[in-house]
Design a protein around this ligand. Structure first.
Ligand code: SF4
Length: 472
């Protein structure tokens, strides 16, 4: 992914939940959030309950900056949820950090959301909510209202969700809790992943990605299905179906870029799928060259696959400064002028005098890729052939990735040949949409590919863009 300080597309959010009688949920959640840190680095939070009261702690920053033994000790209880959040700079405020929390009479409700509703404006109007800054708060207020209207028989959260959820449109993988229940929900398209695991000591875990289960020693039980709600309490796990119909459309960018390589989606290892994308790319767009070089780290598995399929040797030609992308320090203009070198530096000995196949997973704005091509040439490469292991990114995403302004998308403005010219590459080829689907297990599994095809599974409307809402 061609991220720079200016052009990095918004990532998503990570959600995690634990119901583990006799155990300390907050500690388990904190480790789950470490595993989901890549999905959001701007704020982190945990809500925990001992069955009587619910405590929430959240703050701006990385999980390691927000939580320590002292803050975790202030979150007692066997039940809890956690969240890592991405947001745009305009909405980087504490109030929007999650879990979102509301007290309704004796019931404390906490909610963590990954995704983006596409009917927030209408929903807020319907609920008479003109104060919420985020779609997640609109949802929480809707749940609170439904709870107030209902009976207090211990199942009020479940009933409130059954009545509210069918009114939501767009992308939502949710973890929600009151003092006695942990709930997981995936929208009827299942844009964002969510899975269920079991702890060997007893107890249950919900997580955005399977890698987070591994980190806390939980066994993967199954994916939460698109359109499924699970309620976890002292009676175990119950599955409910709040929606009329389902049409699975897992975000294909989870395979391209978002998800950790050690996670599994649709039962397939993400790293293996990325290597397969590279193999397919080598078949679709072969090139006469000397060596295959990845853009680290995003292009590594596809470059490995390209190398295996093409028979061309694989070499590390660029070294990534692993920590710069996670800093909150804004580079000065002098450092900004150094551009890409803050993030990547070449190994000239592996590039000099060679025809290079440079592999990355995607191009969003192209500014970094352009600098990279120049850097590889300056390091002595004879030719630079760009190979991208996903199709051109032409349409905005309304389901949780912050690229909802197509003026930010290079491929929305230029043809592939114009992009090649802009990037000053000797050749440029993208993986086909069929190639991407096949690599990810086949289109019949059900994918959203709207940002690559313009085929949106649900109606979209700019008014509901999360990031526009949050900037109000
Ligand atoms: S539009 Fe693209 S990034 Fe957004 S959910 Fe669909 S595939 Fe994923």
């Amino acid at each position: 992914m061609d991220g720079t300080f200016e052009s990095t597309p918004g990532e998503e959010c990570g959600v995690f939940g634990v119901y583990a009688p006799g155990m300390d949920a907050a500690h388990i959640i904190s480790f789950g959030l470490f595993a989901l840190q890549h999905r959001g680095q701007e704020s982190a939070g945990i809500a925990a309950s001992d069955g009587q009261t619910t405590t929430v702690f959240k703050d701006m920053g990385l999980v390691s900056q927000v939580f320590d033994e002292t803050t975790l000790a202030a979150l007692p209880g066997h039940l809890g949820i956690g969240h890592t959040r991405y947001s745009t700079s305009g909405s980087t405020v504490w109030e929007n950090a999650q879990p979102a929390f509301r007290q309704v009479d004796q019931t404390g409700i906490a909610l963590g959301h990954n995704g983006n509703l596409t009917n927030t404006v209408d929903l807020a109007a319907q609920l008479g909510d003109d104060t919420s800054a985020t779609d997640s708060m609109v949802m929480l207020n809707g749940i609170a209202e439904a709870i107030q209207d209902g009976r207090s028989d211990g199942r009020q959260l479940e009933r409130a969700l059954m009545s509210l959820l069918p009114q939501l449109e767009g992308a939502f993988s949710l973890v929600i809790m009151d003092q006695g229940h942990l709930v997981g929900v995936r929208d009827p398209h299942g844009y964002r992943p969510l899975c269920l695991g079991s702890l060997p000591e007893g107890g249950w875990v919900l997580a955005s990605e399977t890698a987070a289960l591994d980190l806390v020693g939980a066994k993967f039980e199954r994916d939460i299905e698109a359109g499924e709600m699970v309620v976890i309490d002292a009676g175990g796990v119950r599955s409910l179906l709040p929606f009329d119909g389902t049409d699975p459309r897992l975000c294909i960018f989870e395979f391209v870029y978002f998800a950790r390589p050690d996670s599994n989606l649709y039962g397939q290892n993400v790293h293996g799928v990325r290597q397969q994308m590279g193999r397919r790319l080598a078949i679709e767009a072969p090139v006469e060259a000397d060596v295959v070089v990845p853009v680290p780290e995003s292009g590594i598995p596809a470059a490995q696959g390209f190398s295996v399929e093409s028979g061309l040797p694989y070499a590390d030609g660029l070294v990534k400064n692993r920590y710069i992308g996670r800093t909150f320090i804004e580079p000065t203009q002098m450092l900004r002028d150094r551009g890409i070198r803050l993030k990547l530096n070449p190994i000239p000995g592996n590039l000099e005098g060679k025809r290079i196949v440079l592999v990355d997973d995607s191009i969003v704005r192209g500014t970094t890729t352009r600098q990279l091509v120049r850097m590889v040439r300056e390091a002595g490469a004879l030719e630079v052939h760009l190979r991208i292991s996903s199709p051109p990114y032409r349409w905005p995403c309304y389901y949780g990735m912050d690229t909802s302004d197509s003026s930010r998308l290079l491929a929305a403005q230029l043809s592939v040949d114009e992009i090649r010219e802009f990037l000053d590459a000797d050749s440029l080829a993208y993986l086909s949409l069929d190639g991407l689907h096949d690599s990810a297990g086949g289109s019949e599994l059900g994918f959203c590919n709207a940002c690559l095809s313009g085929d949106y599974p649900t109606p979209v409307d700019d008014r509901n863009d999360k990031f526009t809402l949050e900037r109000r």
